[in-house]
Write a protein that binds this ligand. Structure first.
Ligand code: ADP
Ligand code: MG
Length: 256
């Protein structure tokens, strides 16, 4: 579904990525883990076109995408959330999701200004889809609240709802469980499995706490200093000496 080969990215003297290879199989929920600063977010930033890599390739279903603008990459089927929540804080919950929809039926500015039938139909369809998504996320009761007034866990979920509005094949989640308590994390895990099934998604989830990632993901890809140092099932990774050392070498416990 997604194939990354030899990805390299420098920021000045910092080698953020150094020949990263990774593949996502259709329908899997994989985890990208590793200590802080190991390059996880940079992988997402390069895959989604925010940064251009110095070297390497990225392809979705065999279609190369390096060099394309972020909105084109999104249209090819890749959506993401951010480590630091990005929402339109002063728009309502409804408008946050509505703004993320691209009308499937194209209509030009004249049609929009004159509110032609096509425009009204398009808007109606988007509103219906938005309400369906909000219902799925149990956010319909909050549809008229401003995004900034939502509890933190709801803001995280609203961001995922926004990402789904672009109807992606691949969903990239950057530390979606950050700041959540154990029961919120458990609910999020179950929810991710549910949306994967319902929308036939392939999911790559960044999480720096090893144990948490192991509870959610079927396969883990471990990074350290801009390279992939290990890959495998949670039980394979748990006993990998290089992985433990990568975490302890940075002075962080794998679960903190
Ligand atoms: P992670 O998400 O694993 O914590 P990042 O991908 O954010 O790690 O960062 C990897 C390395 O690249 C870090 O050393 C970080 O400081 C550096 N880096 C990331 N983005 C930038 C940037 N825009 N400018 C300069 N350095 C960056
Ligand atoms: Mg990060």
């Amino acid at each position: 579904m997604l194939e990354v080969k030899g990805l390299t990215k420098r920021f000045g003297g910092i080698m953020a990525l150094c020949g990263v290879d990774l593949r996502l199989r259709e329908g899997e929920l994989a985890g990208l883990i590793g200590p802080n600063g190991s390059g996880k977010t940079t992988v997402f930033n390069v895959v989604t076109g925010i940064y251009r890599p110095d070297d390497g390739s990225v392809a979705i279903e065999g279609e190369p995408l390096v060099g394309l603008a972020p909105h084109k990459i999104q249209r090819m089927g890749i959506a993401r959330t951010f480590q630091n929540i990005r929402l339109f804080r002063n728009l309502t919950v409804l408008d946050n999701v509505r703004a993320a929809y691209h009308p499937r039926v194209p209509y030009g500015p004249v049609s929009a200004l004159c509110r032609t039938g096509r425009f009204v139909e398009g808007e109606k369809e988007i509103r219906e889809k938005t309400m369906d998504l909000l219902a799925l996320f149990s956010l319909q009761v909050r549809k008229d609240e401003l995004a900034r007034n939502l509890p933190y866990g709801d803001q995280r979920r609203l961001e995922i709802a926004r990402a789904l509005a672009s109807e992606p094949k691949v969903l990239l989640l950057d530390e979606p469980a950050a700041g959540m308590n154990p029961s919120e994390v458990k609910a999020l895990m179950e929810f991710l499995l549910e949306i994967r099934r319902r929308f036939r998604l392939t999911i790559l989830l960044i999480e720096h706490r090893m144990r948490l990632a192991m509870g959610i993901c079927e396969r883990l890809i471990v990074m350290d200093f801009g390279t992939v140092i290990a890959e495998g099932t949670p039980s394979e990774i748990r006993n990998d000496r290089r992985v433990i050392e990568a975490y302890l070498g940075r002075g962080t416990h794998p679960d903190s």
